[in-house]
Design a binder for this molecule. Structure first.
Ligand SMILES: *Cc1c(COP(=O)(O)O)cnc(C)c1O
Length: 425
């Protein structure tokens, strides 16, 4: 078994026998010489679905042939274009169709959601996030606290890691929420933490926040298209995510947003725009804002059609595989990567991401033993040998087998490249 773990034939056999056949052929995989790359960076920019080009060209052609009339003509008319992705998006994140919308970018959506769901008072001004949060999230949260006249030094609460590899136990999170409970306006938490790859139990976090009278939002940038989410049942008040990571909708793709059905008719404050206005009366161009019920009511502008088009192609593939089957395959692939590292690379690589499958998604964050210089050397060797991961200072390589297109063979190519480097180093 141990010898065969690194055999390419064995990997090919595992791929051929996998209950969910790979959809790699539906993607454009960048080349390394005559071969395809072993591309493990779907957590950063997912690969291009082959059909994305056809959907983009359809928009370009419609524009060329119909001009302004493209807004109101034919099946993929632009006035309702964002609704073409609604059902599939809802299935992918486990929400009701009215709870999701594709709009704007992630950080913009986070701000829009906080306008409605972060309503600080003197008694309850605080936001709780994880220490070491993605910078954009931290900037957004800090600037919102200041915007309302509060002080981030006091009212931005950051939960420190309490586990040896920099991950956060549910017990530590529970203690922090209980300790600060009466002062908490909002708990904003990642579905999967971008640096460590740790996945969290969203329903439990929402329960803990609500029990203290706080609202709860999730940043699912690294969770959507990765975990088999049940957003509606999680009870979260809102969630935001981007579509260029595991969702494969391309650089600068339109982002996603979830607003729980219980807020569908809310009279909370919001920043409004004409595309959030009830479509029945939008084009009467009246002066008074009447929001569309549900997540659509937070839209500002007419949507970026060219940025939504590739998402249609990607969502078709998620629907074809099914999120539950994809997650099951992801557990097999990431489990295989872990097994290979532990069996053959343990003197070089140390896994930071939790070992329990339910506490991680596709990504393993892997520390290179021996420090930054050694880590950089290995990382660059991998890149020049067609194995793409990404680098996080000071000494971590993130490897994310994406179950739509990565294979056991990719993982064996990664392991063999590390071994070759070690022998040469
Ligand atoms: C990728 C990512 C972002 C990026 O934000 P954009 O607004 O899409 O540029 C923000 N937050 C998290 C947690 C991310 O993983």
């Amino acid at each position: 078994m141990t010898a065969s773990l690194l055999s390419e034939d064995h990997a090919r056999a595992l791929d051929a026998a996998d209950p969910l056949p790979t959809l790699r052929g539906e993607f454009r995989v960048p080349k390394h010489g005559a071969d395809e790359q072993a591309y493990f960076v779907g957590n950063s920019l997912g690969l291009q679905p082959r059909k994305a080009r056809a959907y983009v060209e359809e928009v370009l052609d419609k524009w060329a042939l119909e001009g302004v009339e493209g807004h109101f003509r034919g099946h993929a008319q632009w006035v309702s274009y964002h609704a073409l992705v609604r059902e599939a998006l809802a299935r992918t994140v486990g929400a009701q169709p009215e709870e999701v919308v594709a709009m704007n970018s992630l950080t913009a959506n986070l701000h829009l959601m906080m306008v409605s769901f972060y309503r600080p008072t003197a008694e309850r001004p605080a936001i709780l996030i994880e220490a070491g949060a993605f910078p954009s999230d931290r900037y957004a949260v800090e600037s919102q606290i200041r915007f309302h006249g509060f002080d981030p030094a006091r009212d931005l609460i950051e939960v420190e890691a309490d586990e040896p590899n920099g991950t956060i136990s549910m017990a530590a999170l529970e203690r922090a929420i209980a300790e600060h409970g009466p002062r908490l306006a909002l708990v904003l938490w990642p579905g999967v933490q971008y640096r460590t790859g740790q996945a969290f139990d969203l329903a439990q976090i929402a329960r803990l926040a609500h029990a203290q009278g706080a609202l709860c939002g999730f940043d699912l940038a690294h969770a959507v298209g990765n975990l088999d989410l049940a957003l509606h049942d999680s009870g979260a008040d809102f969630a935001v995510w981007c579509h260029y990571k595991y969702m494969n909708a391309g650089p600068g793709a339109v982002a996603g947003c979830f607003v729980h059905a219980r807020h569908a008719h809310t009279d909370r404050p919001r920043f409004a725009g004409w595309w959030g206005h009830d479509p029945e009366t939008r084009f009467r161009m009246g002066p008074n804002f009447a929001p569309t019920p549900g997540a659509d009511g937070w839209q500002l502008s007419n949507p970026p059609i060219l940025a939504i088009a590739p998402l249609r192609a990607s969502l078709e593939l998620f629907d074809r595989a099914g999120m539950a089957a994809l997650r099951a395959k992801s557990l097999r692939l990431t489990g295989f990567l872990e097994t290979v590292i532990r069996a053959h690379l343990a003197d070089t690589l140390e896994i930071v991401t939790p070992a329990e499958p339910e506490r991680r998604g596709a990504q393993l964050s892997i520390r290179v033993i021996g420090g930054r210089e050694r880590g950089r050397a290995l990382f660059e060797y991998l890149c020049t040998h067609g194995v793409l991961g990404d680098w996080r200072e000071p000494d971590v390589i993130r490897i994310s087998p994406a179950p739509l297109y990565n294979t056991h063979l990719d993982i064996v190519r990664f392991a063999r490249a590390v071994l070759a480097w070690r022998e040469g180093a």
